[in-house]
Design a protein around this ligand. Structure first.
Ligand code: FCB
Length: 451
């Protein structure tokens, strides 16, 4: 019997653009994702966030579902264009939605964890240069200040940014996410200003706002392994690790960018002058916890044509519906490494979960045994880590609902609640029932080995 202690937080997570819909309601203006969805070929099946899970309209019944699930905490994100639909113009109607949401959660005994930025940059900000403009740091701070003023008394903890790697490299270098640029210098610049905006907001919250709630950032981390022992493959793994993990970890925890990566990037970057004196000091300002989104390991091999000299290698691991390796053992290795090389802060797994091809049966059930197994294996890994003193303080299952999975549209289902997008009805998948049982007993009655 694997017992989780009383302090351990069980939660579930979502984000604004992926579930809210109602993109035109109450004064919200478009975000970069609304525009990106309109571009042919960018999002599968031409899907958009216009309706999504209609959470904006159905949030009260959704709170009931979260309550029934029995989790201690719910992580959501705030849509910046609802709060500031134009530069400097505060929109009370948009804020009212989040105020009602957090009050509803608190009344239901659920701790709200608010993420300030989960990728829905307002179009007005994009038109002024977006994350490539150093001014974005000021805009983000202004937005964060308003959120603190209005919501701090209800929110249990704050996350500044969700996955800066996705918001910068995946969006400005690899072109996969909005705004779909393909320029490595832009990727680095966006990453830098996003990180800087994180530091400025934490500094403000602690020193000027005098906020008492825990505040931190969430990174997506993927331990990278080399497909062989060859020198080239190991070089590839080192670079990929630098690109995905160390660029962000070193900045946040060590106040520096990794020199090997600066060297590698310098072949394609004209100048690093956007990194100004003292920026890294701000970026590395101490936080109260560290959030990690973990989905899979990466296996790579050498590729002379890639900017990081690496490419994905064949892996024989079992895969999720995204084609990602199911890799709870590597998850443990990642946490050990973070403890050794980076931080003593409490660690929260702010996202973990899997997409599979779910089938809704006539009786309203979804037998998602693979997702249930994925969940159990990762919770077991956490239990083992904590037995070994690694202090993982909480776990947020991604995701509460099937939702708008970015460039994959509605095709990939990550939810533990199945959403019929024609009727908006929510159905409990088997994994949701299993999670409900684990959470209520605070134990995992199984013995699989994640050694
Ligand atoms: C993460 C995102 C989240 C969701 C999951 C599957 O990268 O933070 O919004 O898309 O992946």
């Amino acid at each position: 019997m694997l017992k989780f202690d009383d302090e351990f937080i069980f939660g579930t997570a979502t984000s604004s653009f992926q579930i809210e819909g109602a993109t035109y309601r109450d004064g919200r203006t478009p975000s970069i994702w609304d525009e990106f969805c309109k571009k042919p070929g960018k999002v599968r099946n031409g899907d958009t966030g216009d309706v999504a899970c209609e959470h904006y309209i159905r949030y009260e019944e959704d709170i009931e579902l979260i309550k029934e699930l029995g989790v201690n905490s719910y992580r959501f994100s705030i849509a910046w264009p609802r709060i500031f639909p134009e530069q400097g113009v505060f929109n009370e109607a948009g804020m009212a939605f989040y105020r009602n949401l957090v009050i509803g959660l608190v009344d239901a005994g659920i701790k709200p964890v608010a993420t300030l930025y989960h990728w829905d940059l307002p179009m007005w900000a994009y038109e002024k240069g977006g994350w490539l403009n150093r001014e974005s740091v000021v805009w983000f701070l202004e937005y964060a200040q308003k959120c603190f003023e209005e919501l701090d008394s209800y929110v249990d903890s704050w996350i500044t940014h969700n996955e800066p790697w996705c918001a910068s490299f995946l969006s400005y270098h690899l072109g996969v996410h909005a705004p779909g640029h393909r320029n490595i210098e832009e990727g680095l610049k966006a990453a830098h200003y996003i990180l800087l905006s994180h530091g400025k907001v934490v500094e403000y919250y602690k020193n000027q706002f005098h906020g008492q709630k825990p505040i931190g950032i969430t990174l997506n981390l993927a331990p990278v392994y080399s497909a062989s022992e060859s020198f080239e493959d190991q070089l590839a793994a080192n670079n990929k690790d630098g690109y995905t993990n160390r660029w962000f970890l070193d900045a946040i925890f060590k106040g520096t960018y990794p020199a090997d990566m600066v060297n590698l990037f310098s072949k394609q970057v004209h100048s690093f002058s956007f990194i100004e004196k003292d920026d890294l000091e701000v970026i590395s300002i101490p936080c109260d916890f560290f959030g990690i989104n973990y989905y899979a390991r990466e296996l790579v091999e050498f590729d002379s044509l890639s900017p990081t000299l690496s490419t994905e290698a064949y892996s024989n691991y079992p895969k999720t519906g995204m084609g990602w390796d199911v890799s709870p053992k590597e998850f443990k290795e990642l946490i050990y490494r973070l403890r050794k090389e980076y931080t003593e802060l409490p660690i929260y797994i702010t996202e973990n979960g899997a997409a599979y091809d779910d089938v809704l049966l006539d009786d309203g059930r979804v037998h998602d045994a693979e997702r249930t197994k994925y969940l159990e294996e990762h919770l077991q890994a956490i239990h083992e880590l904590n037995e070994d003193g690694q202090r993982v303080a909480g776990y947020y299952l991604w995701s509460l609902f099937d939702n708008f999975e970015w460039a994959f549209g509605y095709e990939k289902r990550f939810g533990i609640m199945y959403v019929d997008f024609n009727t908006q009805k929510r159905y409990w998948k088997d994994s949701a029932r299993r999670y409900q049982e684990i959470v209520s007993k605070r134990e995992l009655s199984m013995q699989i080995s994640v050694k």
